[in-house]
Design a binder for this molecule. Sequence first.
Ligand code: B4P
Length: 190
Amino acid sequence: MRIVIMGAPGSGKGTQAALIVKEMGLDHISTGDLLRAAVAEGSELGLRAKEVMDRGELVSDEIVLGLLEQRLQKGGGAGFILDGYPRNIAQAEALDALLERLGQPVDEALQIDVDEEQVVERIAKRAALEGRSDDTEETVRNRLKVYAEQTAPVVDFYARKGILSRVLGEGSIEEVFQRIRGVLQIQSES
Ligand code: B4P
């Protein structure tokens, strides 16, 4: 199965993607993790990406698509869950074209909905625990603005394709996961 998981920063998409992967044996591909790995390597690409991420903006489509294409080629046969990609309509169209070329179209797009104030609260907690440099309150507010302007339209893109499911991301991590399980089982039985 090939799944795209979407939601605002702090909606729990990375958290839920990890649980889905454990249950379904999929490959977890997070563009945020790919970018953070490039930053940690200290490559020129990583340094350019860090500057953009620390402002809460989106890294260029060309850089992210290049990283994604390399990563997809390493994947196994059971399918994958894409976490954090696509983040704008251009990325959604590029992904469609890439997966069509690979003969591996997306089967399911999952949108996790969470209220904005809860998201800010969750990220403040993560900032205290992990100290990620893009988790400051100012950057998070900008990430949310970028999300509303550029990423929210991607939800309609998948709705038009008829493969979108929306899940409420509020409550405990386990409660959200149970909702997602329900959605994925209903889809796989129909
Ligand atoms: P990401 O790594 O995708 O960061 P994120 O949006 O914050 O999501 P993440 O998966 O980390 O957090 P989650 O919601 O699971 O992106 C970071 C940056 O990289 C972007 O701003 C951008 O600059 C760049 N980037 C990434 N992809 C890109 C692309 N395609 N194109 C261009 N640029 C790109 O969890 C957040 C916190 O909430 C966690 O601490 C978690 O423990 C907690 N949480 C989760 N579920 C909860 C629940 N139910 N209750 C309470 N807390 C919960």
